[in-house]
Design a protein around this ligand. Structure first.
Ligand code: FES
Length: 352
């Protein structure tokens, strides 16, 4: 139904609006401004029942959005992450992902569709031409903008159509809850996990390359050997998580060359074990200089002295490398005498 089908007396009085400067094309001005076409009233402008119908449609869309957001949260809490469903034509997919995606999409779609329907059917659609003006606004222009803004707010009927206003605020207020719920996936909190590795008293030092436990005679002076705790296998589910903390390197130094008293006590016949994880930002240390007993991190060149308690002698690392206390068991294998006594890796203890 267009305004042409409506009796003249039902049409609202035409508002006074500037329709732009209309001019006629001539030789001097071949690009004449034809001005705006005549304004056509919508059915909602002249029929209050149609306006009410549109209002109810908009409110329904906002309400469906609210329900979809609630459905998103309910799906997140109740659907098993391992459950899958068949959806044509995609095939088998995760039920949780499907439910979350559907609810989130529906919630967003309904907010958008409600806003568009509201704007197209109920807000004023009178076209207004605004003349170009200098970029810097004069006080009069600013006052006009504020007046126009107030007029626009009034024409949007936000105050009058309380049902739309309230359901829209409800939909917009509820929707961010979806994001809040997803914060749960950042967890669980690490608790004390970063303070400990799986090294413990009696765990044998196993060569990372041969997968064999080491005896002191296997470690030559000047060599660098990477070790892992006994029982940690590469096909373990948690291997990467655990080795990222427990990776350790051992070197053998003449006991006379060990400068740090505690280091000497925690070593076995000059064999010292240190965390392989750089205390700067956690790269694995891999370069050893046997003459100086320095190890170098390839990422940012932090250098640690393994003959002096793993002290930092160069680079951005802020802490010495943690040392693992070792000994030998009754069968003659090298074993840990406990866990590292401080968290390994990048300066965690500054926060702990
Ligand atoms: S991570 Fe080792 S120096 Fe930066």
């Amino acid at each position: 139904m267009s305004s042409q089908d409506i009796p003249e007396e039902n049409l609202p009085a035409e508002q006074e609006h500037a329709h732009g400067a209309v001019s006629v094309a001539d030789e001097k001005n071949p690009f004449a401004d034809p001005g705006l076409p005549p304004h056509e009233h919508r059915v909602q402008d002249i029929d209050e029942r149609a306006a009410k119908r549109s209002e109810r449609t908009v409110a329904l869309l906002f309400t469906v959005s609210m329900l979809a957001t609630v459905g998103f949260i309910a799906s997140y809490v109740t659907i098993d992450v391992a459950k899958s469903i068949y959806v044509f034509p995609i095939g088998h997919i995760s039920a949780l992902n499907f439910a979350l995606g559907s609810c989130l999409g529906l919630a967003l779609f309904c907010i958008g569709a409600g806003a568009v329907h509201w704007a197209r059917t109920l807000m004023s659609d009178v076209e207004v031409a605004d003349e170009r003006h200098p970029i810097e606004a004069t006080p009069e222009v600013k006052a006009k903008v504020m007046a126009d803004f107030k007029e626009g707010a009034k024409e949007s009927a936000l105050g009058r159509r309380k049902l739309i206003r309230n359901t829209m605020f409800g939909a917009l207020a509820l929707f961010p809850l979806s994001g809040v719920v997803l914060l749960r996936d950042l967890g669980p909190l690490p608790g004390t996990k970063l303070r400990h590795t799986i090294w413990s008293k009696g765990k044998l030092l196993v060569n990372m390359n041969t997968n064999e436990p080491l005896r002191p005679s296997d470690v030559a002076v000047g060599s660098l050997t990477f070790v892992k705790p006994e029982g940690l296998e590469e096909d373990d589910h948690e291997f990467q998580t655990e080795i990222a903390k427990a990776a350790t390197m051992i070197v053998r130094i003449q006991p006379d060359n060990i400068k740090d008293k505690q280091e000497l006590e925690w070593s076995y016949q000059g064999i010292v074990a240190y965390s392989k994880i750089c205390t700067h930002v956690g790269c694995p240390i891999s370069l050893y200089e046997q003459q100086t007993h320095h190890v170098l991190c390839p990422c940012h060149q932090s250098t640690f002295d393994l003959s002096d308690g793993g002290r930092v002698i160069f680079g951005p690392a802020g802490h010495a490398l943690p040392q693992l206390r070792i000994g030998v068991n009754e069968e003659g294998y090298l074993e840990a005498l406990g866990d590292f006594e401080e968290p390994v890796g990048p300066a965690f203890w500054e926060r702990g």
